[in-house]
Design a protein around this ligand. Structure first.
Ligand code: FAD
Length: 325
């Protein structure tokens, strides 16, 4: 069943869009790449006292986000997916006799689920913190987060990274794995000496300095062999599973097949209804651009409210806008 709305991002813009959509009876999903809501406010400055919100002289940033969350009707038909991002968005033809809607959308999520939506609201701000990758392409046996230690049992495991997390995982994984090799690009590991010593004692192979050079064999969307190199030699390593621990970076998802009009700072250009150049795709918050844009919480909320009341008008085929309160 096609849902009314997908909201991408659960910062201030996404949170307010969620509240408005719930209040106006829209169905849908809000997806958030992080484990919880709040966006930059919760991740960058949770302890800061915010002083520019109307009717609230001062409030701790994390409390402001908790209050925004508490205002959302959780009985409404809008599900939240945390720790999830978007893999692809395809424009499809509406399946109802609903010419005025023009486009619907088929969306693949990173949890491998696929859903259809009538409308999409980008509220993805400046992007999501995500792991630094080994390769641009996805491979089924290259992972960035450990969710189940059993997946390493009796496997040849390669771990890329030289910090505590790489070496700590090596020390845990090695007890049941067939082999564990840690590859680090610098001469010296950054991990604690005691952990490095434990790794050596447990039979973890520590390779440094070596950098990932190229994949030499793949099959069934898995890397089977790859090369690492330094100034003196090239090594070919076999892998059943590869854990990458290069740290985190801000990552803004690009949607290659969507020809979204953006400004020079990669912000989505929107009109006064907060719709982009693609009918059915809207944007609110730090991810959008328009002539009176300011990058703050209030502006994000204003844009989210406007986007949702315009979306509701289309989806429910109204002649006039709901006032939004
Ligand atoms: C240090 C600092 C202090 C600030 N102080 C103030 C202040 O005092 N007052 C004020 O009004 N403003 C302040 N701001 C600005 C304010 O925080 C931002 O304008 C606001 O957070 C923008 O909200 P947003 O929802 O548009 O984006 P964000 O807060 O960036 O939230 C976007 C959310 O989308 C998620 N996301 C991104 N991509 C995806 C994806 N592909 N799939 C799923 N989820 C995704 C992210 O994980 C994130 O949670 C401050 C900003 C900073 C950095």
């Amino acid at each position: 069943m096609t849902k009314d709305l997908l909201i991408i991002g659960c910062g201030p813009a996404g949170l307010y869009a969620w509240k408005m959509a719930a209040d106006l009876g829209l169905t849908g999903i809000i997806v958030e790449g992080q484990p919880s809501y709040g966006g930059q406010v919760s991740n960058n400055y949770p302890e800061k006292i915010i002083k520019n919100l109307p009717a609230i002289p001062e409030i701790k940033a994390s409390d402001a986000m908790d209050n925004m969350y508490a205002a959302i009707n959780q009985n409404a038909d809008i599900a939240v997916k945390y720790n999830t991002t978007i893999k692809s968005i395809d424009i499809i033809t509406p399946k109802e006799d609903a010419d005025w809607q023009k486009n619907w959308f088929k969306v693949k999520f990173s949890d491998k689920s696929v859903e259809e939506f009538k409308r999409i609201l980008f509220a993805d701000g400046i992007g999501v913190y995500s792991p630094v990758r080994l390769t641009d392409e996805d491979y089924d046996n290259v992972i960035y987060t450990v969710t189940d230690l059993k997946e390493f049992d009796k496997k040849n495991v390669l771990i890329f990274g030289g910090g505590d997390s790489a070496v700590d995982w090596a020390n845990q994984i090695v007890t049941n794995a067939k082999s564990v090799t840690v590859i680090h690009r610098r001469d010296e590991f950054r991990a604690k000496p005691a952990n490095l010593q434990l790794a050596a004692e447990q039979g973890v192979k520590l390779l440094a300095p070596y950098i990932f050079q190229e994949i030499t064999k793949t099959s069934n969307d898995c890397i089977e062999k790859l090369q690492v190199a330094n100034d003196d030699q090239v090594l070919t390593l076999e892998a059943d599973i590869i854990l990458v621990q290069y740290g985190q970076q801000m990552n803004k998802t690009k949607y290659k097949n969507l020809d979204l009009a953006m400004n020079e700072q990669s912000r989505i250009l929107v009109d006064q209804t907060f719709e982009s150049n693609i009918t059915g795709i809207y944007a609110a918050g730090d991810c959008c651009a328009h002539p009176t844009k300011t990058r703050n919480i209030l502006s994000s909320i204003f844009e989210a409210m406007n986007a949702i009341i315009n979306i509701e008008k289309v989806v429910h085929h109204r002649k006039v806008l709901n006032n939004g309160w």
